[in-house]
Ligand binder design. Structure first.
Ligand code: AR6
Length: 171
């Protein structure tokens, strides 16, 4: 049995195997979820991100892809960094947003994770409309879950508006 849970709060306080970070291609930190994860997770996460940039990801992590590091001081085993698309009014980038969720779940399965927490990727700094972002997140997780090792997916929504959007998407 798998379950999809909704929680309103800060993703950095969650106890799960994998916490997904709404990162940017540089992997070197930023605001929002990314800033909070590096702040609370401590310097070990950034150190590993820098190693990735010095090796396989010299040109950065492409949009829609995912990569894992230690979770540092957070109550998780891994951070899965994924880069959402910046919302565009004249180009449909939704396949990239879907890819973030799918690739994160695939990587989590490869790592052996059974619980994972997602933020609402791209719906902050990257400007994706919340209702649409929520629907794509829920639909993608639902359709991908059977191919994974994951028993619980937790969407951690920062405010009530985001929580309600995911609630509606789940119905
Ligand atoms: N816990 C859970 N959700 C949060 C938290 C938190 N601690 N903080 C913000 N949110 P964003 P993006 C919500 O901007 O849109 C960074 O600078 C927030 O309200 O974190 O993918 C990166 O480095 C919103 O609904 O990610 C990139 O440059 C959602 O999480 C860029 O932002 C995502 O907001 C990525 O932008």
């Amino acid at each position: 049995m798998t379950s999809i849970e909704l929680v309103q709060g800060d993703i950095t306080t969650q106890s799960v195997d994998a916490i997904v970070n709404a990162a940017n291609s540089t992997l070197l930190g930023g605001g929002g979820v990314d800033g909070a994860i590096h702040r609370r997770g401590g310097p070990a996460i950034l150190a590993e991100c820098k190693q990735l940039r010095a090796g396989a990801y010299a040109r950065g992590l492409p949009v829609g892809e995912a990569v894992a590091t230690t979770a540092g001081d957070l109550d998780a085993r891994w951070i899965i960094h994924t880069v959402g698309p910046v919302y565009s009014h004249n180009e449909d980038r939704s396949a990239l947003l879907v890819s973030c969720y799918r690739e994160s779940l695939r990587l989590a399965t490869e790592l052996g994770a059974t619980t994972i927490a997602f933020p609402a990727i791209s719906t902050g700094v990257y400007g994706w409309p919340m209702a649409d972002g929520a629907r794509r997140a829920v639909d993608t997780v639902r359709s991908t879950l059977p191919e994974t090792s994951i028993a619980e997916v937790r969407f951690v929504l920062f405010d009530q508006r985001a929580y309600r959007a995911f609630e509606t998407a789940l119905e």
